[in-house]
Design a protein around this ligand. Structure first.
Ligand code: Q9C
Ligand code: ZN
Length: 341
């Protein structure tokens, strides 16, 4: 399987508010380095650099003003005299105005962020747009005939929506790829999200559309981030009604019950008959993941790849979360190896 990779992710390494303390993000550069090393160790296949895509190709997945915000945030932040990571500190919750974009950078950060896990640093924008390029390059390779491709994206993307960042995500790499397939003539595209956390951004981007099916398996938002989306009753709206499926699962979920949910999800995928599948590949479902609560083991990821391969469609894997750095390479690459059979 071809991998698309760039070293530009090293430009992004920030600080998050966690347990009441500012700490280095668990979403750190060694994550992608470990996955790359494992790809080389098993000889998965060629590793290619991404092509460059203009930010105009982000429309309609992200709004133009949000992209301008991301591009200019570091300059605005340093222009206000700050030198540490840019982080939000106020949010427009119920009954505050969210119809007027603030001019001050502190207002903009709260306006465009869902949490305090999305630091913006000097190199963040370059890393973020490169990550999107990885997914778009993988999408193009599949559109040209590849059966499967792995986009080793970092930072991840599935918590980012049309107009907000969150959960270590800035641009929604998987959604950009799904929209890219549609732009290239695909009639139907399916996104299956196996990251531990609900893919709120991807769901929200395609919620009212029938041409992109979204399915997510994740920790029940009653007890897991992102808390405010990902319940079972979220089925899509308008033309998109029936094209969104959530599988919230309890803390402690291990392979047996995970497999049942995945098999059900994949039968929905197959019934949709998509022209292409995008897998939001998070491996934070691992038993030793430091921020998650499922119990999958190394070999379970081989089976996960096999089940997804059973759908029998061209498949783009897009890296999302997974924070047990020692095992993230083994687990992510096991999905790819299991897929290849
Ligand atoms: N400090 C992914 O797996 N943690 N994101 C709290 C606020 C959120 C996980 C953030 C975990 C997000 C891509
Ligand atoms: Zn996650």
């Amino acid at each position: 399987m071809l991998t698309i990779y760039s070293n530009n992710h090293h430009l992004h390494h920030g600080t998050e508010l966690k347990d009441g303390v500012l700490k280095p993000c668990v979403e750190m550069p060694s994550r992608a380095d470990t996955v790359l090393a494992r790809i080389k160790a098993v000889g998965l296949g060629d590793i290619s650099a991404p092509h460059d895509y203009a930010s105009s190709s982000y429309s309609p997945v992200h709004s133009e003003r949000y992209v301008r915000f991301l591009e200019n945030a570091w300059a605005n932040w340093t222009g206000a005299g700050r030198s540490h990571d840019a982080l939000p500190l106020i949010w427009p919750v119920r009954n505050l105005r969210s119809d007027i974009e603030p001019e001050h950078i502190d207002g903009k950060l709260g306006f465009y962020a869902m949490d305090a896990g999305v630091p913006i640093t000097a190199g963040t924008w370059e890393a973020v747009r490169t990550s999107a390029n990885l997914a778009l390059t993988g999408m193009d390779a599949i559109s040209k005939g590849a059966a499967s491709v792995f986009a080793l994206c970092r930072p991840p993307g599935h918590h980012a929506a049309a107009e907000y960042m969150g959960g270590y995500c800035y641009l929604n790499n998987a959604a950009l790829a799904a929209q890219g397939f549609i732009n290239q003539g695909a009639k139907r595209v399916a996104v299956i999200d196996v990251d531990y956390h609900h893919g709120n951004g991807t769901q929200s981007i395609f919620y009212d559309r029938a041409d992109v099916l979204f399915i997510s398996l994740h920790g029940d938002p009653k007890n897991s981030y992102p808390y405010f989306l990902g319940h079972r009753d979220e089925c899509g709206s308008g033309a998109g009604t029936g094209f969104n499926h959530n599988y919230p699962l309890p803390h402690g979920t291990a392979w047996d019950s995970y497999r049942s949910a995945l098999a059900d999800a994949c039968s929905k995928l197959a019934a949709y008959a998509p022209d292409a599948i995008v897998v939001s590949l998070g491996v934070d479902t691992f038993k030793d993941d430091p921020i998650s609560q499922f119990k999958l083991e190394n070999d379970d990821y081989l089976r996960m790849g096999e089940v997804i391969a059973g759908v029998g469609k061209p498949t783009l894997f897009v890296m999302e979360g997974g924070y047990m750095v020692d095992d993230i390479g083994v687990n992510a690459v096991n999905v790819l190896l299991g897929f290849e059979g």
